[in-house]
Design a protein around this ligand. Structure first.
Ligand SMILES: NC(=O)c1ccc[n+]([C@@H]2O[C@H](COP(=O)([O-])OP(=O)(O)OC[C@H]3O[C@@H](n4cnc5c(N)ncnc54)[C@H](OP(=O)(O)O)[C@@H]3O)[C@@H](O)[C@H]2O)c1
Length: 303
């Protein structure tokens, strides 16, 4: 069967990494079936405009998954730990893998997280390790992708506005580097995996494109936006007030950190983006003076 006759069910397709996977699979000639709870939302309509088949479904609802998975060749699996909490994330990841096994899907790509296999103790890393274990127990023909922190986190409105206001505030110790990845590169590795199943089934790969300290990131943001950006370390107690899970991750970033082999990854995918390249592509630019009448509706805001 030719690729143009095969479909891949992409979960999280209206989100960041699933969206990137869907775009790169479509560009590679696959049929993409995009699962969403809200087929009318703009991100779902944009996928349909690009040629995806958008289907209504919910990762908590077995029958909707069974319908969506019918006849597909492959599945890209991602769950949202933050919206649902880690126990529900595990339940959803397990349910999707079970449905894929029953449907005899030929290639299952699961998006985990960098170092999920390293006994980190971080709740939303351990949940992904549990899902990985379930996938292995089913003997699914699977590839595990383990992305590190997304560069797209800088588009979270408070972070984005703070950077343009002159401050990059993270919990990271100033001298401790953090690995980052552009979600487009997750899309590229996912598409590579589906295109070369013989090479990728049975593999697990941590994915990062750059590794740099907070002060170095601030320097690159300053160059991109043409102003001063100072790195400030956010106290861990403050981070803990909004999420114990997030604070555990930041403590682990400072004590240990991701260990993707960037040199090895760049040999597979030479276009792998550094933060500097990502800032150029995603158009972080010198902020234009805002007219009082339009203040508050800045067109620079991305999300
Ligand atoms: N941010 C990082 O730095 C980072 C790094 C590594 C791993 N991760 C992991 O990445 C995951 C989130 O991925 P993301 O940031 O790409 O997602 P995202 O942009 O936050 O989007 C969430 C996606 O999940 C879908 N979704 C949520 N609940 C659903 C449900 N019940 N049924 C069907 N679809 C559902 C949403 O679809 P609809 O709303 O359209 O239904 C949406 O497409 C998390 O598990 C996180 O731990 C994040």
């Amino acid at each position: 069967m030719k690729r143009t006759e095969k479909a891949i069910l992409v979960t999280g397709a209206t989100g960041r990494q699933g969206g990137a996977i869907a775009r790169y699979l479509l560009a590679d000639g696959w049929n993409v079936r995009a699962l969403t709870r809200s087929p009318d939302k703009p991100a779902a309509r944009a996928l349909a405009d690009r040629g995806a088949e958008v289907v209504r479904g919910d990762l908590r609802d077995r029958s909707s998954i069974q319908i969506a998975i019918q006849g597909v060749y492959g599945v890209y699996s991602v769950q949202d730990a933050w919206e649902h909490g880690v126990e529900n994330e595990i339940a959803q990841g397990v349910l999707l893998a079970d449905c894929a096994s029953k449907a005899k899907v030929e290639h299952f790509v699961y998006s985990s997280v960098g170092s999920a296999d390293k006994n980190t103790g971080i709740p939303h890393f351990e949940s992904k390790w549990r899902i990985e274990g379930h996938i292995r127990s089913l003997n699914l023909p699977a590839t595990i992708l383990r992305p590190v922190s997304f560069m797209e986190n800088f588009f979270v409105p408070d972070t984005y506005d703070a950077i343009y206001g002159g401050t990059l505030a993270l919990g990271l110790d100033p001298d401790k580097p953090l690995q980052l990845v552009a979600v487009d590169d997750i899309g590229i590795f996912g598409a590579l995996a589906f295109s070369h199943p013989g090479k990728w089934i049975g593999e697990a790969l941590d994915i990062a494109g750059d590794e740099l300290t907070g002060p170095r990131m601030a320097e690159l943001f300053a160059n991109a936006i043409g102003g001063n950006v100072e790195y400030v370390q956010m106290p861990i107690e403050r981070i803990r007030t909004f999420s114990e899970d997030y604070a555990a991750m930041v403590e682990w970033f400072n004590a240990k950190g991701y260990e993707a082999n960037i040199e090895f990854l760049r040999a597979i995918h030479p276009g792998l983006e550094t933060l500097e390249k990502w800032l150029l592509r995603t158009e972080w630019k010198k902020r234009e003076p805002v007219e009082p009448a339009t203040a508050g509706g800045s067109s620079l805001r991305k999300k």
